[in-house]
Design a protein around this ligand. Structure first.
Ligand code: ASP
Ligand code: MG
Length: 447
């Protein structure tokens, strides 16, 4: 069985949906198709939920109307047979009637989550009906019946498999199942989400649960690039990445994948293929446990980083100091990304500032605290990159912009640099030039 996930732009118009259909038909074997909402729809749902919160009826009615029209128009263009179409439209009306009750009922965190996942309910319903109208006997699976993800960081894939298997009864060699990305049932059995962009994560969670042969993630980009193409010219897609390299890049800002996507499949060595729906003939990126080449491979950047410095003479020659500091972050459920220390100070970074005030309050007793917001972590990745003959050149960046922190040697595969966000684009370009420009094609050293 294969798991194929298609993102918002892949299901964003009738033409792209037709494209998705031919991609699916070109792939042999049984498959589970995970779909996102049509592009822009989850943002619209966030807006709907915000307007309910504000009690803004006029905007609410307008947004509900525009959500409805978007999907009605899609069905109009996608299904030409008028009899089939009118049945599909009736089904759609029914879904919208339920949605209407939901958004005009009592508002709570629970109903907000139900609103948020409605885009995936719509896209999967329409896609399934479209395939059936083309005489493809697809089966729609309700993710709410099996995506039991109590622990967002560490889903119990065995439990998911147990709930999913009873629905996978079709023995046809090329059975097609369709289900909603993004949705999860939390540990209190409430409907919730896998966070924005979480449909990628749905795909690998399902992939690990059913021991899939592979997971394919279809987007509108031709794979992971060696630098951020939004800011840097002459980037190129990477045909192979190890799980570790891809996990670092996804976490440190490469927008192509939800940061947690890689983790469920690592242990089972299930490869992930990143492919472009609009240029399916291109190779894309294969992420697997294979290591194809060593050395410098890619650069990415993550914004919204806050640096915290704790300076204390009590740290001098004392043991247990770091433990106490880390306990504070642990207590406030805040992950630390980068750390550097000197004999009397420690600097670290966080990206989640929800509990920053509480953290600072607790840190105060340990010394003098400095906080700097609006920083970016630039992450340079590649298996064994520390041994690459070109790596030293990244330190030339120190001549060109102020660097707040550097983390080198934490692993052999990653160097992270912290800069003020206003210098990020310059740093990405300069690093690209230094590390990749002399050898424009294969940068990885062959060992
Ligand atoms: N539709 C959701 C979002 O826009 C989930 C996803 O597309 O991955 O965040
Ligand atoms: Mg996405």
């Amino acid at each position: 069985m294969k798991v194929l996930k298609f993102g918002g732009t892949s299901v964003g118009s009738s033409n792209s949906i037709k494209n998705v259909k031919s991609i699916i038909q070109s792939i042999d074997g049984q498959k589970i198709i995970v779909l996102s909402a049509m592009s822009g729809v989850t943002n619209l749902l966030v807006e709907i939920s915000d307007n309910i919160h504000l009690g803004n009826q006029t905007d609410l009615i307008r947004l509900e109307e525009s959500l409805k029209n978007k999907h009605l128009e899609l069905v109009e263009t996608l299904i030409p047979q008028s009899e089939i179409r009118s049945v599909v439209l009736q089904g759609l009306e029914k879904l919208f009637a339920e949605f209407h009750l939901l958004i005009h009922g009592e508002f709570s965190e629970n109903s907000a989550n139900q609103i948020l996942i409605f885009g995936e309910t719509l896209s999967t319903y329409i896609f399934n009906e479209y395939l059936r109208s083309c005489n493809i006997a697809s089966i729609l699976l309700n993710a709410k019946k099996f995506m039991f993800v109590g622990n967002l960081e560490n889903p119990d894939t065995a439990k998911i498999n147990q709930h999913l298997q009873p629905f996978l009864k079709n023995i046809s060699e090329d059975a097609i199942y369709i289900t909603q990305g993004f949705v999860r049932i939390d540990k209190f059995n409430r409907i919730s989400t896998l966070k924005r962009g979480g449909s990628d994560y749905t795909a690998t969670i399902i992939g690990a649960a059913i021991d899939a042969e592979e997971v394919q993630i279809w987007t509108d980009i031709d794979g992971f690039h060696n630098n951020d193409p939004r800011y840097v010219a002459n980037t190129h897609p990477l045909s192979n990445l190890s799980f570790e390299e891809a996990a670092e890049l996804a976490y440190f800002g490469a927008k192509i994948l939800h940061p947690q996507t890689i983790s469920p499949v690592i242990e089972k060595h299930i490869p992930i293929y990143l492919k472009n729906t609009f240029t399916p003939e291109l190779h894309g990126t294969k992420i697997s446990s294979e290591i194809h080449s060593k050395g410098l491979k890619a650069i990415s950047a993550k914004d919204g980083i806050t640096a915290i410095k704790i300076k204390s003479n009590r740290m001098l020659m004392a043991h247990g100091f770091l433990k106490k500091i880390f306990e504070i972050f642990d207590f406030h459920e805040t992950a630390i990304d980068m750390i550097t220390t000197s004999e009397i100070a420690i600097s670290l970074t966080i990206d989640d500032t929800k509990n920053l005030d509480l953290i600072l309050n607790d840190l105060e007793e340990f010394g003098e605290i400095t906080v700097e917001m609006e920083h970016s972590i630039i992450c340079i990745v590649g298996e064994g990159l520390i041994e690459d003959a070109n790596t030293y050149k990244l330190f030339e960046i120190l001549n060109e912009i102020p660097v707040r922190m550097i983390s080198y040697g934490g692993s052999l595969n990653n160097v992270s640099i912290l800069v003020a966000s206003e210098n990020k684009v310059f740093a990405l370009k300069a690093l690209h030039q230094k590390l990749f420009s002399s050898k424009p094609v294969a940068i990885g050293l062959k060992f």
